[in-house]
Design a protein around this ligand. Structure first.
Ligand code: GLC
Length: 721
C-alpha cells in the first residue's frame, strides 16, 4: 500500500513527476511510522531505531548496503572524491526502506536538499530534514522486495537501452583523433576481444562546444560513424550541460537572452566548466528544454545511436561572480606586507570555487513565468536535461531505442535513461563500492547502470582491472572508462589480455540470461541485483553480507575485491550449484552445501552459484551483441524436481518490448526428464516440446529457430544439466 502526504500551504515549486501513479494526498499529520514536525523553515521526520533495524536504499551513495550509521545528503554534486567521509554523490535518490521491528518504505519527493541522518547524530534515531517543500510517500508491504516493487510501480517503468548497449564498451578521456578511436576498434577486433561501442569524450568537439565536431581531428565524421558501425561498433558522444559563450556558435546564439538560466539581475548566468565560460540551458523551462533537446538531432541524423550526458549536476568549476571576488581580494593584497592571515583568507576562497553551493543561490530558472532560485530545485537539473534529451530523441525516432545515460540524476529520470556512477578511482575500495551500490540503484529504478570499470581517475593495476571485469560482466552498463593522463586502460594494453578477453567473451555468453533478467526487472518492477538478505529474509547470516549479490532470479555472485587474494569466503545461503568458468567456454560444476566456504578464485576465473531448481542460460557468445543472440542456448541448472524459467528476448532495437516476448521453459521429471518450451501466445498445451534425458548432448527441435541444447549428468539422484 502506498500513501502520499503533503502540506497544502507548502507547495513544491516545480512538479518533479517522479511518481507517475495517481495517489491521493493524505493529511501530513497522519503520516505512518514517522513523526513529522514543521517549523517555519524546516521539515523534520523522525523514527526511533531499534538496535537491529536496518536501512536500505538511497541509490547512488557512499558506504554500505545497510545505510545505518552515517549522515547522507541528497544534493547532486560533482565531487570526484568518493571517499567514505563524503555525504553525497552525483545522484539524489530519496527512497529508503527501514526493516526491523517494523517494515516500511519512504520516498521524499523534493527537488532541493534533503539530509538523511541515519543514526549518525543519535544512534537510535533516523532524522530526515529538509528546508524545501516536498511531498512524501510511505509504502507498506510484507517484505523489502514487495515494497521495492510497489515503489517501482509508482515511479514508472525503467528505461530500456538498445541491446547492443549490453556489450562491452571502451572509453577514455584522451582519445584525441579519429585515428585514436579507429585504433582502439582495430586492436579489439584484431585480438577477438568482443566490443560493441567506443566513446567520444569531450575532445571530439571543437573547443568543447556541444553539438560541434572537430573538423580536422574528426574529419568526415559521418563516414567515420558509419564505418565503425560496419564493424558493429557504435560511437557514443558526450554532451555536457554548459554551453560555451562564443559568438557565432549556434547553440549560444540561439539560446542567449532566452533559454539560459539567469543570474540575480536577470542576465544569463555565467559559470566556468570545460569550455571556459558557459551558460546553462534552463531545462526546467519547457521551451528551453525543447530547444536544447533538438540539437541532438544533428548527431542522430548522421547515425549516432547513443549519448552520455555529463556535467549536469550542473558541475561548476567557478561562477563568474565568485571568481571575480577572488581576483578582487588578490588585488587588494600587497606582496610586501603579505602575511599568514591573508593567505588563510585567500586559500579557502580559491578552494571553494568549485561545486560551491552558494553559487546555486545565484542561479535562477523561469518556470511558466515564475522565477525559481536554483538551489530549491537543484536535484532536478540533470534529470530534466536528460528528460529533454530523450523526449527530443523520441520525437525523431519514436519506434527505436537509443542509448542514453547521465551523471546527475533524480528518481523519475530512471524512465528516460540510465546512469553511470561518475568519477571513481582505480581503487580496490571503489570496486567494492560499485558492488554495494548496484542493489541500491536497482531499488530506485536505475537498472541500466554501472561504474567506470578499472576506475576513472588514478592508475589502474592489471589485477584490479581483471577483478573489476570479473564483476563488471554482470552489470548492465559494462564500460571501461578512464581519465586523461592516467595509465592506459584498454584490455589489450596488458600482458594478461587473453585472460581478460575470456571474461569479456563470458559476458557475451551470459547475455541471454543477463538481458532476460534485466528486461524482467523492468517489466515486473523487480531488482536486477539484490543483496542476499532481500531474498533469504529469515536467514540471519545473510543479513550482514554486502559483498555478494544475487543477479536476477537464478544466480549469486561473490566477487573478489581485494588485492593479492586468490580466493575468498563465500556464504552460500542454500545448497547451490557452483559453476567455475576457467575460461569463457569451459566450466566445472560442483554442488555446494549451504554454509560458509572458502572458495578459491584465481584471477581470471569466474565463479558463480546457481540456485537449486533455477536455470542459467548460456549462449554461444560472439564478437558483438548481435552475434551473441544468434547461436544455440544451453541451459545449466541443478534440478531435483522441476524448474521453470521465463526467458525474455526481443529484437533489441525497437521500443515495442513487452511481456509478449517471454517464453517459459519448464524442466521436470515425470517418468523421464522433459523440457517444455512455451510460447505465450500459443499456449502451453499446444506447444509441448520434450526430450529424453540421457547422458550426453540433446537437441530439441527449435522454437523461434533456436535450438535448445541440454547437458546432463547424474549425481546423487539429482540431475545436473
Ligand atoms: C567528467 C566525467 C568524465 C569525463 C570528463 C571529461 O569528469 O565524469 O567521465 O571523462 O568529465 O569529459
Amino acid at each position: 500500500m502506498i500513501k502520499k502526504y503533503c502540506m497544502k500551504d507548502w507547495k513544491m515549486p516545480v512538479a518533479t513527476n517522479a511518481v507517475v501513479m495517481d495517489v491521493e494526498c493524505c493529511d501530513w499529520n497522519e503520516t505512518l511510522f514517522l513523526d513529522v514536525q514543521k517549523t517555519d523553515e524546516t521539515l523534520t521526520f523522525c523514527y526511533h531505531l531499534e538496535r537491529k533495524d536496518r536501512i536500505y536504499g538511497l541509490g547512488e551513495q557512499v558506504r554500505g548496503i545497510n545505510k545505518r550509521g552515517w549522515l547522507y545528503e541528497s544534493y547532486c554534486k560533482d565531487d570526484p572524491n568518493h571517499t567514505e567521509d563524503k555525504h553525497g554523490l552525483y545522484g539524489a535518490h530519496n527512497f529508503f526502506i527501514i526493516k526491523g521491528k517494523e517494515i516500511f518504505g519512504c520516498f521524499i519527493d523534493c527537488g532541493g536538499k534533503v539530509t538523511f541522518d541515519f543514526g549518525y547524530s543519535e544512534s537510535d534515531r533516523a532524522i530526515i530534514r529538509t528546508k524545501n517543500p516536498c511531498e512524501w510517500y510511505i509504502i507498506t508491504g510484507e517484505s523489502v522486495l514487495d515494497i521495492v516493487s510497489q515503489f517501482r510501480l509508482a515511479i514508472g517503468k525503467s528505461y530500456v537501452p538498445p541491446k547492443w548497449a549490453f556489450g562491452y564498451q571502451q572509453s577514455r578521456w584522451g582519445y584525441k583523433t579519429k585515428q585514436d578511436i579507429q585504433n582502439v576498434i582495430k586492436e579489439y577486433r584484431k585480438r577477438g576481444i568482443p566490443i560493441d561501442s567506443v566513446y567520444l569524450d569531450i575532445d571530439y568537439m571543437e573547443g568543447y562546444k556541444d553539438f560541434t565536431v572537430h573538423k580536422e581531428r574528426f574529419a568526415d565524421f559521418e563516414k567515420f560513424v558509419k564505418d565503425a558501425k560496419k564493424e558493429h561498433v557504435r560511437l557514443v558522444p558526450i554532451i555536457d550541460a554548459g554551453v560555451k559563450i562564443e559568438e557565432d556558435y549556434k547553440v549560444y546564439e540561439t539560446g542567449k537572452n532566452q533559454f539560459f538560466c539567469k543570474d540575480r539581475e536577470g542576465k544569463d548566468f555565467i559559470g566556468g566548466v570545460w569550455p571556459g565560460l558557459v551558460h546553462f540551458p534552463d531545462v526546467l523551462n519547457h521551451e528551453a528544454a525543447e530547444w536544447f533537446g533538438h540539437f541532438y538531432k544533428d548527431l542522430l541524423d548522421i547515425g549516432i545511436e547513443g549519448f552520455w550526458n555529463d556535467m549536469n549536476e550542473p558541475a561548476l568549476f567557478y561562477s563568474e561572480e565568485a571568481l571575480k571576488a577572488v581576483y578582487e581580494k588578490a588585488g587588494e593584497l600587497n606582496w610586501e606586507q603579505f602575511d599568514l592571515n591573508d593567505f588563510l583568507e585567500l586559500q579557502p576562497m580559491i578552494n571553494q570555487l568549485g561545486a560551491n553551493e552558494e553559487d546555486f543561490k545565484r542561479i535562477y530558472h523561469n518556470v511558466n513565468g515564475r522565477k525559481i532560485r536554483h538551489d530549491k530545485v537543484h536535484n532536478l537539473y540533470g534529470y530534466f536535461l536528460t528528460r529533454a534529451t530523450m523526449e527530443a530523441i523520441k520525437k525523431e525516432l519514436p519506434e527505436k531505442r537509443t542509448l542514453l545515460f547521465s551523471r546527475a540524476s533524480y528518481i523519475g529520470m530512471h524512465r528516460y535513461s540510465g546512469i553511470w556512477t561518475g568519477d571513481n578511482k582505480s581503487w580496490w575500495s571503489h570496486l567494492l563500492l560499485n558492488i554495494k551500490m548496484m542493489p541500491s540503484l536497482s531499488m530506485c529504478g536505475f537498472l541500466y547502470a554501472g561504474a567506470d570499470i578499472g576506475g576513472f581517475d588514478g592508475d589502474v593495476t592489471e589485477d584490479l582491472l581483471m577483478r573489476w571485469l570479473e564483476f563488471g560482466i554482470f552489470t548492465p552498463l559494462f564500460r571501461n572508462h578512464c581519465a586523461i593522463g592516467r595509465r592506459e586502460q584498454e584490455i589489450y594494453q596488458y600482458p594478461s589480455w587473453e585472460q581478460m578477453k575470456e571474461l569479456v567473451r563470458l559476458r557475451y555468453r551470459l547475455l541471454p540470461y543477463l538481458y532476460s533478467e534485466f528486461m524482467k526487472a523492468v517489466l515486473f518492477d523487480k531488482m536486477y541485483m539484490k543483496p542476499l538478505c532481500f531474498l533469504y529474509k529469515d536467514d540471519e547470516e545473510a543479513e550482514e553480507i554486502e559483498d555478494q549479490l544475487l543477479v536476477g532470479e537464478s544466480i549469486m555472485i561473490a566477487p573478489v575485491y581485494e588485492q593479492n587474494k586468490s580466493g575468498r569466503y563465500v556464504y552460500v545461503p542454500e545448497d547451490m550449484l557452483m559453476i567455475r568458468f576457467v575460461n569463457a567456454f569451459s566450466y566445472k560444476k560442483e554442488i555446494i552445501e549451504k554454509g560458509h566456504h572458502y572458495i578459491s578464485m584465481p584471477e581470471g576465473e569466474v565463479v558463480l552459484f546457481v540456485r537449486k531448481n533455477h536455470l542459467l542460460l548460456l549462449g554461444e557468445g560472439g564478437q558483438c551483441v548481435e552475434e551473441a543472440f544468434q547461436g544455440r542456448i544451453g541451459i545449466v541448472g541443478w534440478i531435483d524436481r522441476r524448474a521453470e524459467y521465463s526467458y525474455y528476448d526481443d529484437n533489441g532495437i525497437t521500443s515495442d518490448y513487452g511481456e509478449q516476448n517471454i517464453e517459459v521453459l519448464a524442466i521436470s521429471k515425470e517418468e523421464e526428464w522433459r523440457l517444455w518450451v512455451n510460447e505465450k501466445e500459443e499456449g502451453l498445451e499446444k506447444r509441448k516440446y520434450w526430450l529424453d534425458m540421457e547422458d550426453g548432448f540433446h537437441f530439441l527441435e527449435s522454437i523461434k529457430r533456436k535450438d535448445w541444447n541440454l547437458y546432463t549428468k547424474d549425481r546423487k539422484n539429482n540431475i545436473v544439466f
